[in-house]
Write a protein that binds this ligand. Structure first.
Ligand SMILES: Cc1cc2nc3c(=O)[nH]c(=O)nc-3n(C[C@H](O)[C@H](O)[C@H](O)COP(=O)(O)O)c2cc1C
Length: 144
């Protein structure tokens, strides 16, 4: 079965507390992802989410549709959706990562935001895109 990786970012809804992220999103997601043989991570700060997910295309795309409809975040932007030969988040069905101060992931998110506005790009870019690759590398490093 071919596997894919997807990466997206979104705006965290203002009513969502850190406790809600961990108890209501991360913990149930760990169990459901394990059941679906999906692995990944969820990075968050006080206003944003960045998530990478890996698995078989069919269950993963179905899960992404569910996640897209979730009102605990808005304005999802798909940054990568691509076939993979090997998973990068093998140890975790869903690894939570809260932002550090300072956080290179946060800086990479800022940089990406500026680039998008400047370039006026709305379509999902290839993950060969520098900032996306760099963010992915940072997520992978922190998941180990
Ligand atoms: C930022 C964010 C990330 C999420 N990530 C996952 C995830 O990796 N796996 C998952 O099962 N649900 C995740 N969810 C929750 C889903 O949107 C959904 O509530 C959950 O899958 C339960 O759906 P169900 O009741 O239809 O099974 C996430 C929600 C948000 C807001």
């Amino acid at each position: 079965m071919p596997e894919i990786r997807l990466v997206y970012r979104s705006h965290r809804a203002p009513h969502v507390t850190d406790t809600m992220v961990v108890d209501d999103i991360v913990l149930p997601a760990m169990a459901k992802n394990r059941r679906l043989n999906i692995s990944g991570c969820l990075w968050f700060d006080d206003r944003r989410f960045l998530q990478a997910l890996e698995g078989e295309a069919e269950p993963l795309d179905a899960l992404y549709s569910t996640i897209q409809a979730d009102d605990r975040h808005q304005e999802l932007q798909l940054l990568a959706h691509e076939p993979i030969v090997e998973r990068k988040f093998t140890r975790w069905s869903m690894k939570p990562m809260s932002a550090r101060v300072p956080d290179p992931i946060s800086a990479a998110m800022d940089e990406l935001g500026l680039k998008r506005v400047a370039a006026g790009v709305s379509a999902p870019p290839a993950s060969a895109d520098g900032p996306v690759q760099r963010m992915l590398g940072l997520l992978v490093a922190r998941s180990r």
